[in-house]
Design a protein around this ligand. Structure first.
Ligand SMILES: *[C@@H]1O[C@H](CO)[C@@H](O)[C@H](O)[C@H]1NC(C)=O
Ligand SMILES: *[C@@H]1O[C@H](CO)[C@@H](O)[C@H](O)[C@H]1NC(C)=O
Length: 148
């Protein structure tokens, strides 16, 4: 009879421990692991950004000089989470991948993009903050290339 009670107590303790483990794992999944920041680094200019993934549309935002747009997210189980941004400035524009598996190796869990006159530049936390810059894909709208 005594052993039966002891077994019952042990079983309940075990079940409670398992329930706590499952709960803490679920909480861990809800915490955002990644931060992405798009910052206007073109003085005297407002820029327009529109960032999105296959699951989230983060909307269209106008950023004055030195302002930023920041969001937090988790990488999905398959590791295929990708974010893109349409960026428009007076110097050029284009659509750029701002987070994916490859970029994560350059910026880890904090991906800060400085939008400069030359184009978007990623601050590579993995390489002492060295900038990884891409040129604009499209020229600015108000300049007609090769106009006579
Ligand atoms: C940026 O936008 C603000 C608010 O709309 C406006 O007051 C300001 O003149 C704009 N600056 C430039 C350089 O266009
Ligand atoms: C982004 O803006 C917020 C709010 O103004 C500020 O606290 C934060 O330091 C800025 N981040 C960067 C990288 O400039």
């Amino acid at each position: 009879m005594k052993t039966l009670t002891q077994n019952l107590v042990l079983t309940i303790a075990l079940l409670l421990t398992m329930a706590m483990l499952i709960t803490s794992e679920a909480n861990g999944r809800l915490r955002a692991d990644e931060t992405a920041v798009i910052k206007n680094d073109i003085s005297g200019e407002n820029i327009t950004i529109h960032c999105y993934s296959s699951e989230d549309d983060l909307g269209i935002h106008t950023l004055p000089y030195a302002a930023n747009f920041t969001w937090y997210f988790n990488v999905n189980v398959g590791g295929s989470t990708k974010f893109y941004c349409d960026l428009a400035t007076g110097h050029g524009s284009g659509n750029y991948g701002v987070f994916d598996r490859r970029l994560e190796t350059q910026c880890h869990d904090y991906c800060l993009w400085l939008i400069q006159a030359y184009g978007p530049c990623l601050v590579q936390t993995a390489y002492a903050g060295q900038l990884y810059c891409q040129p604009w894909k499209k020229p600015p709208h108000h300049i007609k290339a090769f106009a006579s």
